[in-house]
Design a binder for this molecule. Structure first.
Ligand code: F6R
Length: 261
């Protein structure tokens, strides 16, 4: 895993955007996209690069990591709507609405909707953008029994609902109990992964992901077993790491492929 430690969320967004911009030149680019606040600076950078003419998702497809079950179609926090605002259209990144694939959280049969999303992801994306939950989740894969799961309906942990209440009028009762999420197996199929984490509330999860044992207690730790992950974190999120000096030395050495370390 390549570990990049920067001062603040803006720098994190810029560095992660560079990874996306470089990868996006591939024909038929398939991008996995996260929601939540962590990727917002990254998406702002992508929009700015699109406006400068340096980047476009016009010919790409984008695949959501997850979606709440039961959030109304016009709700601003429905993940499809969030991603539409962040990425779709010529004023954003050039992504076409019909090229944005999100699990259908309003389907009569959410398990079938999850299965359909999984089928769309059978080849894996070229690049997956991830955030991390304070409990170590990626997508909405909460700490539980397996690190080898497909896209499925899952139950949100109380901690996650509390963390996300800020998007629902600070009222946890409005946060859905269920979601559809890409599984860890699905995420691991991505050719390349860039994970962004900022703020002290992520410090414990980041330490578990990078230096902890690979364990269901911290689902993000499964990324230690992927061959091409870049974790871009700010100082606050890096605060509980033990080997920060070494990670900085590796970055300073400017090796061509520090992800292999
Ligand atoms: C969102 C997602 C989640 C978030 C995580 C962090 O699509 O899959 O894993 O990345 O909950 O959320 P924020 O960035 O809001 O702290």
């Amino acid at each position: 895993m390549r570990i990049v430690i920067l001062e603040n969320p803006e720098q994190v967004g810029r560095a992660a955007a560079d990874v996306v911009i470089k990868a996006a030149t591939r024909p038929g680019f398939r991008l996995g996209v996260a929601t939540g606040s962590s990727p917002e600076p990254l998406y702002a950078e992508l929009r700015a690069a699109h406006q400068r003419g340096d980047f476009t998702l016009q010919g790409a497809t984008a695949w959501a990591l997850d979606e709440y079950v039961g959030v109304p179609e016009d709700h601003p926090e429905r993940y499809r709507n969030v991603l539409r605002r962040e990425l779709v259209g010529p004023d954003a990144t050039g992504l076409r609405e019909e090229s944005l694939f999100t699990p259908d959280g309003l389907a009569d049969d959410p398990a079938l909707a999850a299965h359909e999303h999984e089928q769309g992801l059978s080849q894996g994306v070229h690049l997956q953008i991830l955030g991390i939950g304070s409990d170590g989740h990626i997508g909405f894969n909460e700490p539980s029994g397996s690190l080898f799961t497909p896209t499925r309906v899952n139950v949100l942990l109380e901690q996650t609902r509390q963390d996300n209440a800020r998007f629902f009028n600070d009222d946890i009762s409005q946060v859905p109990a269920l979601c559809i999420t890409q599984g860890t197996e699905t995420i691991m199929r991505a050719e390349q992964i860039v994970l962004v984490a900022t703020g002290s509330s992520k410090a414990k999860a980041v330490a578990g992901m990078i230096e902890g044992p690979v364990s269901v207690v911290c689902p993000a730790s499964v990324l230690q077993q992927h061959r091409n992950v870049t974790a871009v974190v700010d100082e606050a999120a890096a605060a509980e790491l033990q080997l920060t000096d070494y990670y900085r030395q590796v970055e300073a050495a400017g090796l061509e492929d520090p992800i292999w370390l």
